[in-house]
Design a protein around this ligand. Structure first.
Ligand code: NDP
Length: 274
């Protein structure tokens, strides 16, 4: 089985590649220096030359604040390029894994979102990822749409690395406490993705690490584990002005993993239950 991975230098893509190596898959990792996915002709050439059996599409415009300012650029990669990739997968009968996000939801619900809960993105990024989902569903059948949240890996810029950087310079930090979600370790998610591609259990999934917390609670835990004596000031979203509205509660039910009959592997941190 040949696997093509987009976003191979991103935090999730790089962990997916490690997992594919562990599992002995043949793979090709694509990063933006090798191929700009918004260039359709070049993308098609790479697909037709490599003829993957599976495409793990992890590349995206992921800067949520910048997306508000660079709407067209964000949509070119998250919507148009995703649609082209789905179409190419369909034409060569390849399975497609598309990584989506909790930001497709508005965050107004008191309950965790189900797979079939009504989406209501608040941001340009969330809208573009949802439209990417629609492109995938419209253009191919053999897809896994995996919605995850608050991703962090060992490499890359994420909340954990930002807090650790701040923690080396400051004695206290203000962090919002009225947005709740499920932090997800990309190495765990990669294990799930790589086991999914061995199956034909297509559909939409929610996959996050177990539990939920606010950003402020997450920061407290990061500093505790890193043994850094940093005071976290719990603030509210309106005290931290940014140009983007984020969901207040973006926790997602993972029940659908069971409903779709996906295999339960108890050693994973990723819970298959809500
Ligand atoms: P990263 O930003 O770490 O990785 C995304 C990669 O995509 C980057 O290496 C980026 O390259 C590349 N890329 C961007 N534009 C293009 C392009 N036009 N052509 C080719 N490559 C491009 O993101 P993550 O690993 O964190 O995210 C992986 C997936 O998970 C994404 O689809 C994201 O939407 C989704 N997701 C992420 C969450 C998170 O908290 N991070 C939460 C929920 C979902 P470069 O850096 O050079 O721009």
């Amino acid at each position: 089985m040949r696997v093509l991975v987009t976003g191979a230098k991103g935090q999730l893509g790089s962990d997916v590649i490690l997992e594919l190596e562990n599992e002995g898959f043949k793979y090709k990792g694509l990063d933006i220096n090798k191929l700009d996915l918004t260039d359709f002709q070049s993308t098609r050439d790479v697909f037709l030359e490599y003829m993957p059996d599976v495409v793990i599409h992890s590349a995206a415009f992921t800067d949520v604040e910048k997306a508000e300012l660079e709407v067209e650029k964000c949509r070119r990669i998250n919507v148009d390029a995703t649609g082209n990739i789905a179409m190419l997968c369909n034409s060569i009968n390849a399975k497609l894994v598309y990584i989506s996000t909790d930001y497709v939801f508005s965050g107004d619900s008191a309950e965790p979102y189900e797979i079939d809960s009504k989406p209501g993105p608040l941001s340009v990024y969330g809208r573009s990822k949802l439209d990417g989902e629609f492109e995938v569903m419209r253009k191919t059948d053999k897809f896994f749409i995996i919605r995850t949240s608050w991703a962090y890996g060992v490499s890359g810029k994420n909340f954990v690395s930002t807090m650790l950087r701040i923690g080396k310079k400051q004695e206290s930090v203000d962090v919002v406490s009225d947005q709740v979600g499920s932090p997800t370790y990309t190495a765990d998610l990669s294990k799930l993705i790589v086991s999914m591609i061995k199956t034909e259990k297509y559909g939409v999934y929610h996959a996050t690490n177990e539990g939920f917390c606010s950003w402020a609670e997450f920061a407290v835990e990061i500093f505790r584990l890193a043994n850094l004596p940093i005071k976290v000031n719990f603030i509210t979203t309106d005290m931290y002005p940014v140009n983007v509205i984020r969901p207040k509660n973006s926790t997602m039910s993972k029940r659908a993993l069971d409903i779709n009959g996906f295999v339960r592997l108890p050693h994973w941190m990723i819970s298959l239950e809500s």
